[in-house]
Design a protein around this ligand. Structure first.
Ligand SMILES: Cc1cc2nc3c(=O)[nH]c(=O)nc-3n(C[C@H](O)[C@H](O)[C@H](O)COP(=O)(O)OP(=O)(O)OC[C@H]3O[C@@H](n4cnc5c(N)ncnc54)[C@H](O)[C@@H]3O)c2cc1C
Length: 440
């Protein structure tokens, strides 16, 4: 087994960080990436500026791997866009890892060698088989462990309020997008300028889109925005403001609040879409209780993401039935009970699965829960790789302080009025240095 590589699914920030930790421990990573380059998912939100600064976006082991290559660490306190994160960090990191990263390689299955999930014998002793598809066809890769860092970006939630596509949602696909529109692109700008636009969602992506489209409305006065929230009130949607320990995240909330209060934006709360009625001039959204909105030209759906678990059907996973996140991690991140968006650092202990040597990490480990931070994923893979290497003392150690959002109490996932308490379940918000540079 020791001779076999550790297969890492996804060359995103967390998968590449896992590979750097594996190299540092003398293990062999093999990163399998479906897209054509590092940060393929990040590249799809190229234009969005992160609310994390560079000091929170470079994994410590990755930094050490890059150092001898002449890589210039970007200024710690600057905030990159998705494109800059990919170009200035993820692409050089993948280059430093060389042929330990394979692009155009989609993982379509993971199994214990020669055994489906029902067979008990050999689960501790046999390696794993990773099924991949490339442009040259199918391939099987034998691995000692699998770290699934494939994210959730490929599986956006639908508009339908019950988690399934609304009636007519698929048929109206030409008027619906599931990504933050890139208004720097003239064609995209043209698509939205002067139009009636519905934005659905309450997370950071929705706030980003709201701010961008409200800015467009200032330049193109005919532009009108309906902002649809499933929850009963805006309340904690705008985050902790000055109390957020990530200042840029707090500021995004405040900019969104200002945008929502501006003329061209109308906020619709308690709206759970059941139907999309398409006509020649646009679409009308109908709620579960039969309420119809005015006609809109475009719909921007930013209602979160969900994990693709289909290719993990033959390994034994213990996932929370609500969030589809590892069961031990789920109570820490469940928006129904824990709205702080604040999670204590965690690693192998919370991420270990019944299937030996299979781990879900990164954005995917959060299942359907929001507010994942890359720095959370970096600490996860530091710990998980230590566990794979047999260093259980290091695997159990906590080496990171995660920032509070500054908003606690009240889930806001259904219609109940929200309770926003300073401190609340996370304790008083105090100044905490946010740094991930201290690991190991
Ligand atoms: C608009 C937006 C803004 C964000 N801003 C921040 C921020 O400011 N700070 C922050 O910390 N986080 C932010 N996030 C969260 C965030 O996406 C991450 O922290 C980070 O990208 C998660 O990294 P990851 O490696 O887990 O997943 P991803 O970045 O999603 O990478 C997963 C990779 O796996 C690949 N893949 C998927 N399926 C397969 C398969 N079957 N086979 C092979 N490869 C596969 C994908 O192509 C992708 O390259 C933001 C997210 C969004 C959407």
């Amino acid at each position: 087994m020791d001779e076999l590589p550790v297969a890492v699914v996804g060359a995103g920030p967390v998968g590449l960080a896992a590979a750097a930790h594996l190299v540092e421990r003398g293990l062999t990573p093999l990163v399998l990436e479906a897209g054509p380059r590092a940060g393929h998912a990040v590249a799809q939100w190229n234009h969005v500026r992160l609310f994390s600064s560079w000091s929170e976006l470079v994994d410590p082991a990755a930094g050490r791997l890059l150092e001898p290559t002449g890589w210039q660490q970007p200024a710690a306190q600057e905030y990159p866009t998705g494109a800059q994160w990919a170009q200035q960090y993820l692409v050089p990191l993948a280059e430093a890892l060389g042929d330990r990263v394979r692009f155009g390689t989609r993982v379509v299955g993971v199994a214990r060698r020669g055994r489906d999930r029902v067979v008990d014998a050999g689960r501790e002793s046999e390696p794993l088989t990773v099924h991949v598809e490339t442009e040259h066809g199918e391939e099987r890769i034998t691995a000692r462990a699998v770290i699934d860092a494939s994210g959730t970006f490929g599986e956006p939630n639908p508009l339908g309020g019950d988690g399934l596509p609304a009636v007519g949602e698929r048929a109206a696909a030409d008027r619906i997008v599931y990504r933050v529109p890139d208004l720097a692109d003239p064609l995209v700008r043209q698509r939205y300028a002067g139009k009636r636009i519905a934005i659905a969602g309450a997370g950071h992506s929705a706030l980003t889109a709201l701010v961008a489209l409200a800015g467009l409305a200032e330049e193109h006065p005919g532009t009108q925005i309906l902002w649809l929230l499933r929850r009963g009130a805006t309340g904690a949607v705008f985050g902790g403001g000055d109390a957020d320990q990530l200042p840029a995240r707090g500021a995004l909330g405040q900019r969104a609040k200002a945008a929502a209060e501006a003329g061209p934006v109308q906020v619709v709360t308690g709206f759970r879409t059941a139907e999309v009625e398409a006509g020649a001039d646009g679409v009308v959204l109908v709620s579960q209780d039969g309420h119809k909105l005015e006609l809109v030209d475009e719909v921007v759906v930013l209602t979160g993401f969900r994990p693709d678990l289909s290719w993990l059907s033959e390994v034994r996973l213990d996932l929370d039935p609500v969030l589809q996140a590892p069961r031990t991690l789920a109570p820490l991140i469940d928006p129904n009970v824990h709205s702080c968006g604040t999670v204590y650092p965690h690693g192998a202990r919370e991420l270990t699965q019944p299937e030996p040597n299979v781990y879900l990490v990164g954005m995917k480990s959060y299942g359907r829960a929001p507010t994942f931070l890359a720095m959370t994923g970096y600490e996860q893979v530091r710990s998980v790789v230590a566990a794979i290497a047999g260093d259980h003392e290091s695997a159990a150690r906590v080496e990171l302080t995660l920032p509070d959002t500054g908003v606690c109490g009240g889930a806001g996932v259904f219609d109940e009025p929200e309770q926003v308490v300073g401190g609340g379940c996370c304790g008083p918000v105090g100044p905490v240095a946010v740094s991930i540079g201290e690991a190991r």
